[in-house]
Design a protein around this ligand. Structure first.
Ligand code: ZN
Length: 512
Protein backbone atom coordinates (compact mmCIF):
# COMPACT_ATOMS: atom_id res chain seq x y z
CA UNK A 1 0.00 0.00 0.00
CA UNK A 2 0.98 3.58 -0.34
CA UNK A 3 1.04 4.64 3.26
CA UNK A 4 0.94 8.36 3.87
CA UNK A 5 4.31 9.89 4.48
CA UNK A 6 4.56 11.60 7.85
CA UNK A 7 2.36 14.69 7.98
CA UNK A 8 3.20 17.82 9.87
CA UNK A 9 2.82 16.09 13.20
CA UNK A 10 3.87 17.16 16.62
CA UNK A 11 7.05 15.12 16.24
CA UNK A 12 8.20 17.14 13.26
CA UNK A 13 9.05 20.39 15.04
CA UNK A 14 11.38 18.53 17.39
CA UNK A 15 13.35 17.10 14.45
CA UNK A 16 13.54 20.52 12.84
CA UNK A 17 14.57 22.15 16.07
CA UNK A 18 17.48 19.74 16.28
CA UNK A 19 18.57 20.64 12.75
CA UNK A 20 18.23 24.37 13.28
CA UNK A 21 19.91 24.39 16.66
CA UNK A 22 22.83 22.24 15.56
CA UNK A 23 25.08 24.76 13.84
CA UNK A 24 24.43 27.66 16.21
CA UNK A 25 25.02 25.91 19.51
CA UNK A 26 27.53 23.19 18.80
CA UNK A 27 29.73 23.53 15.71
CA UNK A 28 30.29 27.30 15.89
CA UNK A 29 30.79 27.55 19.59
CA UNK A 30 32.98 24.53 20.09
CA UNK A 31 36.20 25.81 18.40
CA UNK A 32 36.23 28.86 20.66
CA UNK A 33 36.00 26.64 23.73
CA UNK A 34 38.89 24.52 22.51
CA UNK A 35 40.97 27.60 21.91
CA UNK A 36 40.30 28.82 25.45
CA UNK A 37 41.63 25.57 26.81
CA UNK A 38 44.81 25.67 24.77
CA UNK A 39 45.81 29.30 25.34
CA UNK A 40 44.93 29.55 29.07
CA UNK A 41 43.22 32.90 28.58
CA UNK A 42 41.55 35.11 26.00
CA UNK A 43 42.24 38.62 24.85
CA UNK A 44 39.61 41.29 25.61
CA UNK A 45 38.89 41.69 21.89
CA UNK A 46 38.37 37.99 21.49
CA UNK A 47 35.97 37.89 24.44
CA UNK A 48 33.95 40.78 23.02
CA UNK A 49 33.97 39.27 19.55
CA UNK A 50 32.91 35.89 20.90
CA UNK A 51 30.10 37.40 22.96
CA UNK A 52 28.84 39.42 19.99
CA UNK A 53 28.99 36.38 17.74
CA UNK A 54 27.17 34.27 20.32
CA UNK A 55 24.40 36.83 20.78
CA UNK A 56 24.09 37.20 17.01
CA UNK A 57 23.88 33.47 16.56
CA UNK A 58 21.32 33.06 19.29
CA UNK A 59 19.17 35.87 17.91
CA UNK A 60 19.46 34.51 14.36
CA UNK A 61 18.73 30.98 15.57
CA UNK A 62 15.68 32.11 17.50
CA UNK A 63 14.44 34.08 14.51
CA UNK A 64 14.89 31.19 12.10
CA UNK A 65 13.30 28.85 14.60
CA UNK A 66 10.34 31.16 15.05
CA UNK A 67 9.65 30.80 11.33
CA UNK A 68 9.23 27.09 11.77
CA UNK A 69 8.16 26.29 15.28
CA UNK A 70 5.46 27.71 17.45
CA UNK A 71 5.16 27.00 21.16
CA UNK A 72 4.08 23.40 21.77
CA UNK A 73 0.33 23.02 21.60
CA UNK A 74 -1.40 22.03 24.80
CA UNK A 75 -3.24 18.73 24.60
CA UNK A 76 -6.46 19.19 22.65
CA UNK A 77 -9.47 18.49 24.91
CA UNK A 78 -10.88 16.10 22.31
CA UNK A 79 -7.84 13.84 22.79
CA UNK A 80 -8.86 13.29 26.40
CA UNK A 81 -12.51 12.71 25.53
CA UNK A 82 -12.95 8.95 25.41
CA UNK A 83 -13.53 5.94 27.65
CA UNK A 84 -15.71 6.85 30.61
CA UNK A 85 -15.33 10.60 30.16
CA UNK A 86 -18.55 12.43 29.46
CA UNK A 87 -19.29 15.68 27.67
CA UNK A 88 -22.55 17.59 27.76
CA UNK A 89 -24.31 18.75 24.64
CA UNK A 90 -25.97 21.44 26.78
CA UNK A 91 -28.80 19.31 28.06
CA UNK A 92 -27.51 15.73 28.32
CA UNK A 93 -24.27 13.89 29.06
CA UNK A 94 -22.70 11.85 26.30
CA UNK A 95 -19.75 9.51 26.01
CA UNK A 96 -17.56 9.79 22.93
CA UNK A 97 -19.60 8.20 20.13
CA UNK A 98 -18.60 6.80 16.74
CA UNK A 99 -21.00 6.31 13.85
CA UNK A 100 -19.59 4.45 10.86
CA UNK A 101 -21.71 4.50 7.72
CA UNK A 102 -20.96 2.35 4.67
CA UNK A 103 -22.29 3.48 1.32
CA UNK A 104 -21.80 0.35 -0.78
CA UNK A 105 -20.05 0.90 -4.10
CA UNK A 106 -19.23 4.58 -3.64
CA UNK A 107 -16.18 4.83 -5.88
CA UNK A 108 -13.62 7.34 -4.60
CA UNK A 109 -13.86 9.68 -7.58
CA UNK A 110 -17.67 9.88 -7.45
CA UNK A 111 -16.99 12.72 -4.99
CA UNK A 112 -15.45 14.75 -7.84
CA UNK A 113 -18.65 14.78 -9.93
CA UNK A 114 -20.12 17.90 -8.42
CA UNK A 115 -23.10 15.86 -7.24
CA UNK A 116 -22.16 15.50 -3.58
CA UNK A 117 -21.98 19.07 -2.24
CA UNK A 118 -22.98 17.97 1.25
CA UNK A 119 -20.45 15.15 1.60
CA UNK A 120 -17.82 17.59 0.34
CA UNK A 121 -19.00 20.22 2.78
CA UNK A 122 -18.78 17.68 5.60
CA UNK A 123 -15.27 16.73 4.46
CA UNK A 124 -14.39 20.41 4.30
CA UNK A 125 -15.36 20.78 7.95
CA UNK A 126 -13.64 17.46 8.65
CA UNK A 127 -11.36 15.52 6.35
CA UNK A 128 -11.31 13.01 3.53
CA UNK A 129 -8.83 10.65 1.92
CA UNK A 130 -7.91 10.73 -1.75
CA UNK A 131 -9.11 7.12 -1.67
CA UNK A 132 -9.38 4.12 0.58
CA UNK A 133 -7.89 0.90 -0.79
CA UNK A 134 -10.14 -2.15 -0.47
CA UNK A 135 -8.83 -5.64 0.22
CA UNK A 136 -8.70 -8.19 -2.59
CA UNK A 137 -11.10 -9.46 -3.83
CA UNK A 138 -12.80 -6.06 -4.13
CA UNK A 139 -16.20 -7.48 -3.21
CA UNK A 140 -18.84 -6.46 -0.68
CA UNK A 141 -18.57 -9.17 1.97
CA UNK A 142 -14.77 -9.52 2.10
CA UNK A 143 -14.49 -5.74 2.43
CA UNK A 144 -17.24 -5.10 4.94
CA UNK A 145 -15.65 -7.75 7.14
CA UNK A 146 -12.21 -6.20 6.59
CA UNK A 147 -13.63 -2.85 7.72
CA UNK A 148 -15.08 -4.50 10.84
CA UNK A 149 -12.04 -6.64 11.74
CA UNK A 150 -9.00 -4.85 10.29
CA UNK A 151 -8.04 -8.10 8.55
CA UNK A 152 -7.28 -9.12 4.96
CA UNK A 153 -9.54 -11.76 3.42
CA UNK A 154 -6.97 -14.55 3.94
CA UNK A 155 -7.08 -13.76 7.67
CA UNK A 156 -10.79 -13.09 8.22
CA UNK A 157 -11.97 -16.05 6.17
CA UNK A 158 -14.63 -14.40 4.00
CA UNK A 159 -12.65 -14.85 0.80
CA UNK A 160 -15.49 -14.08 -1.60
CA UNK A 161 -19.22 -13.45 -1.83
CA UNK A 162 -19.50 -17.14 -2.60
CA UNK A 163 -16.85 -19.80 -2.12
CA UNK A 164 -16.32 -23.46 -1.26
CA UNK A 165 -14.69 -24.55 1.99
CA UNK A 166 -13.02 -27.97 1.62
CA UNK A 167 -12.66 -28.38 5.39
CA UNK A 168 -16.35 -28.11 6.23
CA UNK A 169 -17.33 -29.37 2.76
CA UNK A 170 -19.82 -26.55 2.44
CA UNK A 171 -20.36 -23.41 0.42
CA UNK A 172 -20.65 -19.82 1.64
CA UNK A 173 -23.55 -17.97 0.03
CA UNK A 174 -23.76 -14.29 0.90
CA UNK A 175 -27.44 -14.13 0.00
CA UNK A 176 -28.68 -17.12 1.98
CA UNK A 177 -29.25 -16.33 5.63
CA UNK A 178 -28.71 -19.88 6.90
CA UNK A 179 -25.25 -19.74 5.29
CA UNK A 180 -24.30 -16.10 5.78
CA UNK A 181 -25.39 -16.02 9.43
CA UNK A 182 -23.39 -19.09 10.38
CA UNK A 183 -20.68 -17.56 12.61
CA UNK A 184 -18.16 -20.22 11.56
CA UNK A 185 -17.51 -18.37 8.30
CA UNK A 186 -16.58 -15.10 9.95
CA UNK A 187 -13.13 -15.26 11.51
CA UNK A 188 -11.45 -12.45 13.39
CA UNK A 189 -13.02 -10.07 15.89
CA UNK A 190 -15.35 -7.38 14.57
CA UNK A 191 -15.16 -3.95 16.19
CA UNK A 192 -18.58 -4.45 17.79
CA UNK A 193 -17.31 -7.54 19.60
CA UNK A 194 -14.22 -5.72 20.88
CA UNK A 195 -16.40 -2.82 21.98
CA UNK A 196 -18.97 -5.03 23.74
CA UNK A 197 -16.14 -6.84 25.57
CA UNK A 198 -15.07 -3.42 26.86
CA UNK A 199 -18.55 -2.71 28.16
CA UNK A 200 -19.55 -0.42 25.28
CA UNK A 201 -23.12 -0.44 23.98
CA UNK A 202 -23.21 -1.02 20.21
CA UNK A 203 -25.85 -0.79 17.50
CA UNK A 204 -25.72 -2.49 14.12
CA UNK A 205 -28.03 -1.36 11.33
CA UNK A 206 -27.71 -3.96 8.55
CA UNK A 207 -23.90 -4.05 8.36
CA UNK A 208 -23.02 -7.13 6.25
CA UNK A 209 -21.96 -9.93 8.57
CA UNK A 210 -23.38 -12.31 11.14
CA UNK A 211 -25.47 -11.24 14.14
CA UNK A 212 -23.22 -13.33 16.39
CA UNK A 213 -19.56 -14.39 16.28
CA UNK A 214 -18.18 -17.84 17.11
CA UNK A 215 -17.33 -16.62 20.61
CA UNK A 216 -21.00 -15.79 21.14
CA UNK A 217 -20.83 -11.99 21.05
CA UNK A 218 -23.56 -9.86 19.44
CA UNK A 219 -23.95 -6.15 19.08
CA UNK A 220 -26.29 -4.75 21.73
CA UNK A 221 -28.84 -3.62 19.15
CA UNK A 222 -29.16 -5.35 15.80
CA UNK A 223 -31.38 -4.62 12.81
CA UNK A 224 -31.01 -7.36 10.19
CA UNK A 225 -30.55 -6.73 6.48
CA UNK A 226 -33.64 -5.86 4.50
CA UNK A 227 -33.63 -4.61 0.94
CA UNK A 228 -35.13 -1.29 -0.20
CA UNK A 229 -35.37 0.36 3.20
CA UNK A 230 -35.68 4.12 2.57
CA UNK A 231 -32.76 6.22 3.77
CA UNK A 232 -35.18 8.29 5.86
CA UNK A 233 -36.06 5.17 7.89
CA UNK A 234 -32.39 4.42 8.44
CA UNK A 235 -31.78 7.97 9.58
CA UNK A 236 -34.72 7.75 11.99
CA UNK A 237 -33.36 4.51 13.46
CA UNK A 238 -29.89 6.00 13.99
CA UNK A 239 -31.33 9.09 15.66
CA UNK A 240 -33.62 6.98 17.81
CA UNK A 241 -30.53 5.22 19.14
CA UNK A 242 -28.68 8.51 19.64
CA UNK A 243 -31.68 9.90 21.55
CA UNK A 244 -31.83 6.99 24.01
CA UNK A 245 -31.18 7.70 27.70
CA UNK A 246 -27.51 7.70 28.74
CA UNK A 247 -27.55 4.16 30.20
CA UNK A 248 -29.05 2.64 27.04
CA UNK A 249 -27.45 4.77 24.36
CA UNK A 250 -24.97 3.07 21.97
CA UNK A 251 -21.48 4.52 21.69
CA UNK A 252 -20.64 2.64 18.52
CA UNK A 253 -23.16 2.66 15.68
CA UNK A 254 -22.73 0.94 12.31
CA UNK A 255 -25.00 1.47 9.32
CA UNK A 256 -25.14 0.10 5.80
CA UNK A 257 -26.71 1.42 2.60
CA UNK A 258 -26.70 -0.60 -0.65
CA UNK A 259 -28.66 1.53 -3.14
CA UNK A 260 -25.66 3.11 -4.89
CA UNK A 261 -24.01 -0.26 -5.51
CA UNK A 262 -27.27 -1.63 -6.88
CA UNK A 263 -27.54 1.36 -9.24
CA UNK A 264 -23.91 0.90 -10.31
CA UNK A 265 -24.44 -2.76 -11.19
CA UNK A 266 -27.70 -2.12 -12.97
CA UNK A 267 -26.79 0.90 -15.06
CA UNK A 268 -23.02 1.34 -14.81
CA UNK A 269 -20.90 3.91 -12.95
CA UNK A 270 -21.46 6.67 -15.54
CA UNK A 271 -25.24 6.33 -15.64
CA UNK A 272 -27.94 8.84 -14.76
CA UNK A 273 -29.22 6.30 -12.23
CA UNK A 274 -25.90 6.31 -10.35
CA UNK A 275 -25.83 10.10 -10.39
CA UNK A 276 -29.38 10.27 -9.07
CA UNK A 277 -28.66 7.75 -6.31
CA UNK A 278 -25.45 9.57 -5.46
CA UNK A 279 -27.49 12.72 -4.93
CA UNK A 280 -29.89 10.86 -2.61
CA UNK A 281 -27.01 9.44 -0.59
CA UNK A 282 -25.54 12.93 -0.35
CA UNK A 283 -28.82 14.28 1.02
CA UNK A 284 -28.83 11.47 3.59
CA UNK A 285 -25.32 12.58 4.67
CA UNK A 286 -26.56 16.16 4.98
CA UNK A 287 -29.66 15.16 6.96
CA UNK A 288 -27.52 13.11 9.33
CA UNK A 289 -25.06 15.96 9.76
CA UNK A 290 -27.85 18.48 10.31
CA UNK A 291 -29.56 16.24 12.88
CA UNK A 292 -26.32 15.90 14.85
CA UNK A 293 -25.73 19.65 14.63
CA UNK A 294 -29.24 20.38 15.89
CA UNK A 295 -28.50 18.16 18.89
CA UNK A 296 -25.21 20.01 19.45
CA UNK A 297 -23.34 16.73 18.97
CA UNK A 298 -20.70 17.64 16.38
CA UNK A 299 -18.06 17.77 19.12
CA UNK A 300 -19.29 14.47 20.58
CA UNK A 301 -20.06 12.13 17.67
CA UNK A 302 -17.45 11.15 15.08
CA UNK A 303 -19.13 10.22 11.82
CA UNK A 304 -17.01 8.12 9.48
CA UNK A 305 -18.39 7.62 5.96
CA UNK A 306 -16.75 4.75 4.11
CA UNK A 307 -17.43 2.50 1.17
CA UNK A 308 -16.34 -1.04 0.44
CA UNK A 309 -15.10 -0.76 -3.17
CA UNK A 310 -15.64 1.17 -6.39
CA UNK A 311 -17.36 0.26 -9.65
CA UNK A 312 -16.25 -0.08 -13.28
CA UNK A 313 -18.18 0.02 -16.52
CA UNK A 314 -18.77 -3.49 -17.90
CA UNK A 315 -21.33 -2.63 -20.58
CA UNK A 316 -19.01 -3.55 -23.47
CA UNK A 317 -16.60 -6.13 -22.08
CA UNK A 318 -14.30 -8.36 -24.06
CA UNK A 319 -15.12 -12.02 -23.40
CA UNK A 320 -12.57 -14.59 -22.32
CA UNK A 321 -13.99 -18.04 -22.95
CA UNK A 322 -12.91 -20.49 -20.29
CA UNK A 323 -14.28 -23.47 -22.26
CA UNK A 324 -12.09 -22.51 -25.23
CA UNK A 325 -9.03 -22.34 -23.00
CA UNK A 326 -9.61 -25.53 -21.01
CA UNK A 327 -11.33 -27.64 -23.67
CA UNK A 328 -12.48 -30.90 -22.08
CA UNK A 329 -10.86 -29.79 -18.83
CA UNK A 330 -13.64 -27.26 -18.35
CA UNK A 331 -16.09 -30.03 -17.48
CA UNK A 332 -13.86 -31.19 -14.62
CA UNK A 333 -14.26 -27.90 -12.69
CA UNK A 334 -16.01 -28.85 -9.47
CA UNK A 335 -16.25 -25.44 -7.77
CA UNK A 336 -16.08 -21.94 -9.18
CA UNK A 337 -15.52 -19.29 -6.50
CA UNK A 338 -15.87 -15.55 -6.74
CA UNK A 339 -16.88 -13.23 -9.49
CA UNK A 340 -15.62 -11.59 -11.73
CA UNK A 341 -12.43 -13.47 -10.81
CA UNK A 342 -12.67 -17.23 -10.81
CA UNK A 343 -11.31 -19.52 -8.09
CA UNK A 344 -11.10 -22.99 -9.56
CA UNK A 345 -11.25 -26.38 -7.89
CA UNK A 346 -11.04 -29.35 -10.24
CA UNK A 347 -12.48 -32.80 -9.52
CA UNK A 348 -10.24 -35.45 -7.96
CA UNK A 349 -9.68 -37.33 -11.21
CA UNK A 350 -8.90 -34.21 -13.30
CA UNK A 351 -5.46 -33.51 -14.72
CA UNK A 352 -4.95 -30.34 -12.69
CA UNK A 353 -1.39 -29.60 -13.77
CA UNK A 354 -2.37 -29.89 -17.43
CA UNK A 355 -5.34 -27.53 -16.87
CA UNK A 356 -3.10 -25.09 -15.05
CA UNK A 357 -0.64 -25.17 -17.93
CA UNK A 358 -3.44 -24.45 -20.42
CA UNK A 359 -4.57 -21.49 -18.34
CA UNK A 360 -1.05 -20.12 -17.96
CA UNK A 361 -0.31 -20.41 -21.66
CA UNK A 362 -3.55 -18.63 -22.52
CA UNK A 363 -2.86 -15.89 -19.97
CA UNK A 364 0.62 -15.31 -21.40
CA UNK A 365 -0.79 -15.17 -24.94
CA UNK A 366 -3.51 -12.72 -23.84
CA UNK A 367 -0.87 -10.09 -23.05
CA UNK A 368 -2.39 -8.98 -19.80
CA UNK A 369 -6.11 -9.49 -20.37
CA UNK A 370 -6.12 -11.86 -17.43
CA UNK A 371 -3.72 -13.50 -14.99
CA UNK A 372 -3.58 -17.00 -13.54
CA UNK A 373 -2.31 -17.48 -10.01
CA UNK A 374 -1.74 -20.26 -7.54
CA UNK A 375 -1.19 -19.62 -3.84
CA UNK A 376 2.56 -19.56 -4.58
CA UNK A 377 2.34 -16.95 -7.35
CA UNK A 378 -0.48 -14.76 -5.98
CA UNK A 379 0.68 -11.12 -5.83
CA UNK A 380 1.72 -10.33 -2.28
CA UNK A 381 -0.31 -7.13 -2.25
CA UNK A 382 -3.51 -9.21 -2.47
CA UNK A 383 -2.78 -10.89 0.89
CA UNK A 384 -4.78 -13.73 -0.55
CA UNK A 385 -3.13 -17.12 -0.19
CA UNK A 386 -2.15 -19.88 2.20
CA UNK A 387 -5.58 -20.86 3.50
CA UNK A 388 -7.81 -23.73 2.43
CA UNK A 389 -10.77 -21.50 1.68
CA UNK A 390 -8.92 -19.82 -1.18
CA UNK A 391 -9.19 -21.98 -4.29
CA UNK A 392 -5.81 -23.38 -5.43
CA UNK A 393 -6.06 -21.71 -8.86
CA UNK A 394 -7.34 -18.18 -9.34
CA UNK A 395 -8.05 -16.55 -12.69
CA UNK A 396 -8.20 -12.74 -12.38
CA UNK A 397 -9.36 -10.65 -15.35
CA UNK A 398 -8.20 -7.09 -15.97
CA UNK A 399 -10.81 -4.34 -16.03
CA UNK A 400 -12.63 -4.46 -19.38
CA UNK A 401 -12.63 -8.27 -19.60
CA UNK A 402 -14.99 -10.92 -18.32
CA UNK A 403 -14.52 -14.64 -17.84
CA UNK A 404 -17.35 -16.65 -19.36
CA UNK A 405 -18.21 -19.63 -21.54
CA UNK A 406 -19.99 -19.89 -24.88
CA UNK A 407 -23.01 -21.33 -23.06
CA UNK A 408 -23.12 -18.56 -20.47
CA UNK A 409 -22.26 -15.67 -22.79
CA UNK A 410 -23.55 -12.41 -21.31
CA UNK A 411 -26.10 -14.01 -18.97
CA UNK A 412 -26.01 -12.31 -15.59
CA UNK A 413 -23.53 -9.68 -16.69
CA UNK A 414 -24.42 -6.23 -15.48
CA UNK A 415 -23.45 -2.82 -16.80
CA UNK A 416 -21.22 -2.22 -13.82
CA UNK A 417 -19.09 -4.48 -11.65
CA UNK A 418 -16.26 -4.66 -9.12
CA UNK A 419 -14.04 -7.43 -7.78
CA UNK A 420 -10.98 -6.54 -9.85
CA UNK A 421 -7.40 -5.69 -8.81
CA UNK A 422 -7.48 -3.50 -5.70
CA UNK A 423 -4.81 -1.19 -7.13
CA UNK A 424 -7.20 -0.09 -9.91
CA UNK A 425 -8.46 3.46 -9.14
CA UNK A 426 -11.96 2.42 -10.30
CA UNK A 427 -12.02 -0.10 -7.42
CA UNK A 428 -11.04 2.43 -4.78
CA UNK A 429 -13.43 3.36 -1.99
CA UNK A 430 -14.05 6.60 -0.09
CA UNK A 431 -13.26 7.88 3.38
CA UNK A 432 -14.83 11.05 4.80
CA UNK A 433 -14.77 11.81 8.53
CA UNK A 434 -16.21 14.56 10.65
CA UNK A 435 -16.37 15.11 14.38
CA UNK A 436 -14.08 15.62 17.36
CA UNK A 437 -11.43 13.49 15.63
CA UNK A 438 -11.26 15.66 12.54
CA UNK A 439 -11.24 18.78 14.71
CA UNK A 440 -8.00 17.57 16.31
CA UNK A 441 -6.49 16.78 12.94
CA UNK A 442 -7.37 20.25 11.70
CA UNK A 443 -5.87 21.92 14.74
CA UNK A 444 -2.69 19.93 14.26
CA UNK A 445 -2.39 20.90 10.64
CA UNK A 446 -4.07 24.21 10.27
CA UNK A 447 -5.05 26.04 13.43
CA UNK A 448 -3.13 28.84 15.16
CA UNK A 449 -2.46 26.65 18.18
CA UNK A 450 -0.99 23.94 15.98
CA UNK A 451 2.66 23.15 16.26
CA UNK A 452 3.82 24.42 12.86
CA UNK A 453 3.70 27.91 11.48
CA UNK A 454 2.16 28.78 8.17
CA UNK A 455 5.58 29.01 6.51
CA UNK A 456 6.71 25.64 7.82
CA UNK A 457 3.48 24.03 6.66
CA UNK A 458 3.91 25.56 3.24
CA UNK A 459 7.45 24.23 3.00
CA UNK A 460 6.38 20.79 4.22
CA UNK A 461 3.59 20.60 1.71
CA UNK A 462 6.04 20.97 -1.17
CA UNK A 463 5.88 18.33 -2.58
CA UNK A 464 2.82 16.78 -0.98
CA UNK A 465 3.99 15.23 2.27
CA UNK A 466 0.87 13.20 2.82
CA UNK A 467 -1.43 16.14 3.31
CA UNK A 468 -2.45 19.01 1.21
CA UNK A 469 -4.83 21.84 1.60
CA UNK A 470 -6.93 22.30 -1.48
CA UNK A 471 -8.07 25.74 -2.56
CA UNK A 472 -11.26 25.42 -0.51
CA UNK A 473 -9.29 24.35 2.56
CA UNK A 474 -10.33 20.70 2.59
CA UNK A 475 -7.73 18.47 4.20
CA UNK A 476 -7.06 15.39 2.14
CA UNK A 477 -5.22 12.33 3.43
CA UNK A 478 -3.22 10.14 1.10
CA UNK A 479 -4.94 6.90 0.18
CA UNK A 480 -4.72 4.16 2.81
CA UNK A 481 -5.89 0.56 3.28
CA UNK A 482 -9.30 -0.12 4.80
CA UNK A 483 -7.75 -2.56 7.31
CA UNK A 484 -6.75 0.58 9.27
CA UNK A 485 -10.37 1.51 10.09
CA UNK A 486 -10.75 -0.95 12.99
CA UNK A 487 -7.85 0.71 14.85
CA UNK A 488 -9.23 4.19 14.18
CA UNK A 489 -12.60 3.36 15.72
CA UNK A 490 -11.01 1.63 18.72
CA UNK A 491 -8.78 4.63 19.40
CA UNK A 492 -11.71 7.03 19.09
CA UNK A 493 -13.62 4.99 21.65
CA UNK A 494 -10.55 4.72 23.87
CA UNK A 495 -10.59 0.91 23.81
CA UNK A 496 -7.13 -0.40 24.69
CA UNK A 497 -7.79 -4.13 24.69
CA UNK A 498 -7.97 -4.70 20.94
CA UNK A 499 -7.73 -7.72 18.67
CA UNK A 500 -4.73 -8.24 16.37
CA UNK A 501 -5.23 -6.79 12.88
CA UNK A 502 -3.42 -6.50 9.56
CA UNK A 503 -3.37 -2.74 10.02
CA UNK A 504 -0.52 -0.97 11.72
CA UNK A 505 -1.29 0.07 15.26
CA UNK A 506 0.96 3.09 14.71
CA UNK A 507 -0.92 4.25 11.60
CA UNK A 508 -3.09 6.73 13.52
CA UNK A 509 -0.42 7.76 16.04
CA UNK A 510 0.18 11.06 14.32
CA UNK A 511 -3.49 12.04 14.73
CA UNK A 512 -3.78 11.31 18.45
ZN1 ZN B 1 -20.26 -3.69 -2.17
Amino acid sequence: MASPSPPASSRKPYEERKELDGPSESENWKPETEQEDSTHGLSRNRIICTAVCLIALLVTGAFVRSLFVEPPATTHPNLLFHGDNVRSNGTHDFKRTVLIVSIDGLRADYLDRGLTPHLLDISKQGLRAKAMVPVFPTLTFPNHWALMTGLYAESHGVVGNNFWDPISQSEFHYNQIESAWNPAWWLGEPMWETAVKSGIITANLMWPGPPKTTSGFSSTYFVPWKNKVPLKEKLDQLLQWIDLPFEERPQLLMAYEPSLDQAGHKAGPYSALVNKTLTQVDIFAKDLHTALKERNLTEIVDVVFVSDHGMTDTSHPEHIYMDDILGEGYASIEHEDGWPAMGLRFSANANVSHNLELLRTAAAASEGKFEVYTHETMPERYHFSGVERIAPIYVVPKIGYILTTHAEGDVGINKGNHGYDNTEPAMHAMFVAHGPFSAVVKVLHQGPSGSLTRLARRLLSRPNKGWHSTSNDTYVMDKFENVQIYSLVMRLLGVDKVAPTNGSSAFWDKYF
